[in-house]
Design a protein around this ligand. Structure first.
Ligand code: BGC
Length: 749
């Protein structure tokens, strides 16, 4: 955009406050002017600002207004969607992508880019998993924070979304995610908390769904108590597009900006609510002040002067895509010699699937196809499409013809590069997947090819994970996700060894859909989805149930090998735990290892998954090089959410820290003793005998009184009575007056 076309800058007075605006002007600030912009208030010089998608590229619509990616948008770099980015396990790389997104937003005069999306991948069936980071909150939070820092370093705001517990597309505008407090805090909110605390996004986008019956867009607990009061968020809460149910309730709950425009209807509702006393004008003032601050922040950015460096951003997209590829299996076929006698099979090699459908759909500046990139290295390699990927499908005869043609091409090759994947119409924003299988025609093709030529490298294009029933039949599998516009060349980089793969699974690849944690309860019914697996999401589930998986969380191979020395851990003065582990590249080529630290607490008083990822680091090593890798486990990440006192509690004890290359490839272990938080439960007549016996003030007196009356040998009595509230049985085992006195003394402390 020409800088002269920018909206008038916020003129004076700089310290404009809600109090300077009329009631109608304040209400006007709280909702969009159209699909993508806020309202200007010309009288006092408040500019309109633009918010637009996101998250892995800029989707600024030139014409047409929709939020589902239907109309076109200005060309922008399509970086790897979150499914790929998170597989790098590298928040610094995410930050570099964020910088690039910020630069592109600034050039287009976009004030806020709508991302990142960090919802937990509760089920592989969620249609939008390609837009989300991980099944683990630490990975989601760390990667999300990296992106936000990068974007906002350019004077552009981010919008952390979708807050919260929006883990499916089915009935997404109404469904209630019914989730218990511990999983809600420890799994579903933890990543959001980390991003808010570490990176202070300018905005947070509240989700469409309800949480335990309350719409996220009008939940004072979520938007005010947790987000602002506990986490210290001081930005704007923006509604997901169309998430507003009751505007007045939403405003009171802390939902600042409604998007898109309601055509003035909800502004009028707010004005009427103030006039008839249902809404305190001070609540509206607080929201208007925050929105004025957002406009000020947006205007503080200097107008971009340089045009988009298309080549540089494409190169970054290629670097990130190369880092995102996960080498699932390799029996020595890869990397390919440059003179290998290859055949490329599979429509995805020619027609890359590099992003998902919906509001995140970017209009890329260019697109690299893997077939072209492979031919650029290995010459005129033969190709056959092998199968059809159109939504309409083709006849059985055409399916057979495509297969037979591909088999005859494969027969003559040394190595077959077989590009399989999920057709785009099978995964998208707006609806969930029905299964995790590759199309039957593709599986049949694979079987037919393996019969004539077993030297097959499978390259996958998919946004959500797929079952891999053929894993034992082929010598190599490359998980190439949806990798953005440079994914094709990045794939060739990895296949030929120009890039040594280092991506890791941020989500488990299960053997079967039936094994997955939410199987049976996803996507719920009649407006409710019960998160019955509780804390056991992703690898936490498979490990607790001791289930075999196809490839575990954190897995990813390299063309080199790494050896781990002994890990040591210590608690720092600030309570964080530092783990140091020597890692050596024992192979012949340079490579990158993702070192992962998982903790457990044997004998814990509360339910815990067998182990949980708490820290990770990505380290590049030359052949023979050893690095001393330092991982910092935040004390806060060791905490569980204690529902008795409604706060985070770090339990005391000897924490085991297992360090390794994946959740199921742990190489070294150490222990660290952590001095935890004290949980003091207020004494009452509803305290149990067991609890009162542990009370520091009266516990020993209670024991003495019982022993005096029943003798010291009566342990059985205490055992049976232990869980009785002390006030429940009048006169037994002690006079009520004595128990009341003990409780009152305990309460005085
Ligand atoms: C999506 C958001 C998106 C918004 C604007 C909604 O349907 O859920 O992720 O940012 O539309 O396009």
């Amino acid at each position: 955009m020409n800088p002269d076309d920018r909206e008038p800058v916020m003129t004076e007075p700089k310290g404009l406050r809600a109090a300077d605006l009329t009631l109608e002007e304040k209400a006007a600030l709280t909702s969009g002017a159209d699909f993508w912009t806020t309202k200007a208030i010309d009288r006092v010089g408040v500019p309109s600002i633009m918010l637009t998608d996101g998250p892995h590229g800029l989707r600024k619509q030139a014409t047409g207004n929709d939020h589902l990616g239907l109309a076109g948008s200005v060309p922008a770099t399509c970086f790897p969607p979150a499914v790929g980015l998170s597989a790098t396990f590298d928040p610094e790389l995410a930050e570099r992508v964020g910088v690039a997104l910020g630069v592109e937003s600034a050039i287009e005069d976009v004030a806020v880019i709508l991302g990142p999306g960090i919802n937990i991948k509760r089920s592989p069936l969620c249609g939008r998993n390609f837009e989300y980071m991980s099944e683990d909150p630490i990975v989601s939070g760390a990667m999300g924070a990296g992106l936000v820092k990068g974007i906002q370093s350019q004077g552009v705001g981010s919008s952390l979304k979708h807050f919260a517990a929006n883990n499916q597309e089915t009935d997404r505008l109404r469904v209630s995610s019914d989730v218990d407090p511990r999983p809600l805090r420890e799994i579903y909110l933890r990543g959001f908390e980390r991003v808010v605390r570490d990176a202070q996004p300018w905005t947070v986008m509240c989700s469409y769904n309800r949480i335990n019956g309350v719409y996220a867009s009008e939940d004072p607990w979520l938007l005010t108590q947790v987000l602002r009061e506990e986490w210290g968020f001081d930005g704007i809460v923006v509604s997901d597009w169309g998430a507003v149910n009751d505007r007045v309730a939403g405003l009171v709950a802390g939902m600042d900006l409604e998007m898109p425009s309601s055509g003035g209807r909800t502004d009028a509702e707010l004005v009427a609510a103030v006039r008839d006393g249902r809404l305190d004008e001070r609540d509206l003032d607080a929201v208007a002040d925050r929105l004025l601050e957002l406009a000020r922040k947006a205007q503080a950015r200097a107008a971009a002067t340089d045009p988009l460096d298309v080549d540089a951003h494409h190169a970054l997209a290629r670097e990130v895509a190369g880092r995102a590829i996960v080498l699932l299996k390799n029996e020595g076929t890869l990397p390919l010699p440059r003179n290998a006698r290859l055949a490329v099979i599979g429509e995805f090699a020619r027609t890359p699937r590099f992003q998902g459908a919906g509001s995140s759909q970017i209009n890329p500046t260019r697109v690299d196809a893997a077939l072209d990139a492979i031919r650029a290295v290995a010459g005129d390699v033969p190709f056959a499409a092998g199968f059809d990927i159109t939504p309409e499908g083709v006849s059985e005869a055409e399916t057979a013809r495509l297969r037979d043609e591909a088999v005859s091409v494969a027969r003559d090759a040394g190595t077959v590069l077989l590009f399989l994947g999920v057709p785009s119409h099978e995964e998208s924003e707006g609806y969930d997947r029905e299964h995790i299988d590759l199309p039957a025609a593709q599986l049949d093709l694979l079987d037919a090819i393996v019969e004539v030529n077993p030297e097959v490298v499978v390259v996958l294009s998919n946004g959500g994970v797929v079952a891999l029933p053929f894993a034992r039949k082929v010598p190599a599998i490359v998980e190439a996700w949806l990798l953005g516009q440079a994914g094709g060349s990045a794939t060739a980089d990895v296949l030929f060894g120009d890039v040594n793969p280092s991506g890791r699974l941020a989500e488990t690849i299960p053997l079967r859909l039936e094994d997955t944690p939410a199987y049976g309860s996803f996507p719920g019914e009649h407006g409710h989805v019960r998160y019955g697996e509780g804390l056991l999401v992703g690898y936490r589930w498979y490990d607790e149930k001791q289930l075999a998986v196809r490839y575990p969380f954190g897995h990813g191979l390299s063309y080199t090998t790494f050896a781990y020395g002994d890990a040591v851990a210590a608690v720092r003065d600030d309570g964080d735990v530092v783990v140091v582990v020597p890692v050596t590249n024992t192979g012949r080529v340079a490579g990158r290892e993702v070192v992962q630290a998982y903790t457990s607490l044997p004998g814990s008083d509360v339910q815990r998954p067998p182990h949980e990822l708490k820290a990770f680091a990505s380290v590049q090593l030359a052949p023979g090089e050893t690095a001393s890798v330092t991982l910092r486990i935040r004390r806060s990440e060791l905490a569980y959410w204690d529902i008795r006192v409604d706060r985070w509690i770090v339990e005391s004890g000897a924490y085991v820290i297992d360090v390794g290359s994946s959740s199921r490839d742990l190489r070294t272990s150490t222990t660290v003793v952590v001095d935890g938080d004290e949980v003091v439960l207020p004494a009452s007549l509803n305290s149990s005998f067991d609890e009162l016996l542990l009370d520091p003030v009266v516990g020993s007196d209670l024991r003495a009184m019982i022993e005096e009356r029943y003798g010291t040998g009566e342990n059985q009595l205490l055992k049976m009575l232990g869980n009785f509230p002390v006030g429940r049985l009048d006169g037994f085992p002690l006079p009520r007056a004595d128990l009341v006195e003990l409780v009152e003394r305990a309460q005085r402390g």
